[in-house]
Design a protein around this ligand. Structure first.
Ligand code: BES
Ligand code: MN
Length: 459
């Protein structure tokens, strides 16, 4: 019988060709012009899932983009694993900064460049091929599988959250496995034990009913752009601490064990600075870089819009100003409470001369867990076999809104095992996936499924 790793090695070319087909579909969830492509992408995922050996697969309609849901039962006494991922991608904007077209996957060196290569199509595809490899080498899938691949992760997972809550009996499982996080460094397999949560707002200030001559009226009428900039400026103090009342109240302090684990990681501040390309790092006073990103909440302006931004100079007092503002949350901050204090704080800070509108786009709790029990033992072993090194345990600063809800609703352990490499340009131009990591990851995940099937998940 062929071993998993022999089989996976023999399929290299086919895996890449199929992945590239996946990457050619522009499944941008936030832009309505891609709606049909998003659906086509769901159908594509459903077909590949069937080919992987999952017998019952449906494309479930939602008020937004479809969910691909598959189930395959092998035995009543086999463990049940729920696999989660997303087939939607971020916009390509700014498109002119891409060195090759975002939806024409292009190989340069060891990498394939395309939107979604890492986040999250490449990693979803690794699971499909891992399951397929198990079936091809073992005759059947090694575990009962429930597969949930959504099309709205990048816009907050609202409909999949409803699906999860409504169908929680159907989704019952012994473990949740997903790959939508990072590797600490190339070749160092990584299990994530914490993710930040988030709340995301759009804030609009309106002043005069239309743009005004800034000489004729300037000085006597509140300028919404100035006002919004002032308010934003007050949301953090000089030590980079968020000033929203109560913001830090529920924040858990880092434990000694977490501190020790963090200190043991091969972190190099110099390469981090190089990775981001900023003149210097900045953040909350009193905390190191990894602590700031993994254990501390923060607030960021994601976008700003107001007034004249074209070529040259135009003297104008804008009638409105808009900012997209998000906060990354940590345990045990409550997004509902943070939302309420943010909204009233903005209204309190805004001057009389503007009216204020605030929309909420998404809200989700942070998640953190202890990596203990048979799921994590199996994951450690499988990753070590696939990559030749034992994995590290890290937190991530990013968010996957549904993860906290998985733990709460299904009561099963959740293992995010991700393969995004530092600098892989998630959400940015020239996103790439390392193809060696792709193949090693398929091998490791296939071994993980096989191990879980052999040993079970109880005890
Ligand atoms: N895969 C990312 C999250 C991520 C990236 C976690 C790297 C850890 C390491 C995910 O697709 C993502 O970008 N999520 C959004 C969620 C938001 C839209 C609610 C995020 O974090 O901005
Ligand atoms: Mn993303």
């Amino acid at each position: 019988m062929t071993s998993i790793d022999e089989y996976v090695r023999s399929q290299r070319q086919r895996y890449e060709e199929e992945l590239f087909d996946f990457l050619r579909i522009p499944s941008v969830s936030t832009e309505t012009r891609y709606r049909d492509d998003v659906r086509r992408c769901a159908e594509w995922v459903a077909d590949r899932t069937r080919e992987a050996g999952v017998s019952s697969v449906e494309v479930v309609d939602t008020p937004g983009h479809p969910i691909v849901y598959g189930e395959h039962h092998v035995a009543d006494d086999a463990p049940t694993v729920l696999v989660y991922g997303h087939y939607d991608v971020q916009p390509v904007d700014p498109e002119d900064l891409w060195d090759s077209p975002p939806f024409e996957p292009t190989v340069r060196g060891d990498r394939v460049y395309a939107r979604g290569a890492t986040d999250n199509k490449g990693q979803v595809f690794m699971h499909l091929k891992a399951l397929e490899a198990c079936r091809e080498t073992g005759g059947r899938l090694p575990v009962n599988v429930k597969l949930l691949i959504e099309g709205e992760e990048e816009i907050g997972s609202v409909n999949v959250e409803k699906f999860l809550v409504e169908q929680k009996d159907r989704l019952a499982c012994d473990a949740v496995i997903l790959s939508d996080t990072g590797m600490f460094e190339k070749g160092l397999p990584t299990i994530t034990v914490g993710l930040r949560g988030m709340v995301y707002f759009e804030v609009r200030f309106r002043g005069p009913f239309s743009d005004l001559h800034s000489g004729v009226y300037g000085g006597a009428v509140e300028n919404p752009a100035n006002a919004l900039a002032t308010v934003i400026g007050r949301l953090k103090d000089d030590d980079h601490r968020v000033t929203i009342p109560g913001f830090y109240e529920a924040v858990r302090a880092i434990t000694d064990q977490e501190g020790a684990n963090l200190a043991s990681l091969p972190f190099d501040e110099g390469s981090y600075v190089e990775e981001v390309g900023a003149p210097a790092l900045a953040g909350e006073e009193g905390f190191g870089t990894l602590e700031r990103v993994w254990f501390r909440p923060t607030l960021d302006v994601n976008g700003l819009l107001s007034g004249f931004t074209g070529e040259g100079a135009k003297t104008v007092l804008p009638s409105k100003a808009m900012a997209k503002i998000s906060m990354r949350l940590v345990p045990d901050q409550d997004p509902v409470a943070i939302r309420a204090s943010f909204e009233s704080y903005i209204r309190e800070l805004a001057p009389e001369g503007v009216s204020v509108e605030i929309d909420l786009f998404n809200a989700g709790r942070a998640w953190a867990a202890d990596p203990e029990g048979p799921l994590f033992t199996a994951a450690e072993e499988a990753l070590e076999a696939g990559f030749g090194r034992s994995p590290v345990f890290i937190r991530e600063g990013g968010s996957i809104p549904i993860v906290a809800l998985f733990s709460e609703t299904l009561g099963a352990p959740v293992a995010p095992i991700g393969f995004a490499l530092p600098g892989c340009n998630l959400h940015a131009p020239n996103e790439w996936l390392d193809l060696d990591v792709f193949h090693d990851g398929i091998d490791a995940l296939a071994r993980l499924y096989a191990l879980i099937g052999e040993r079970g998940l109880s005890g």
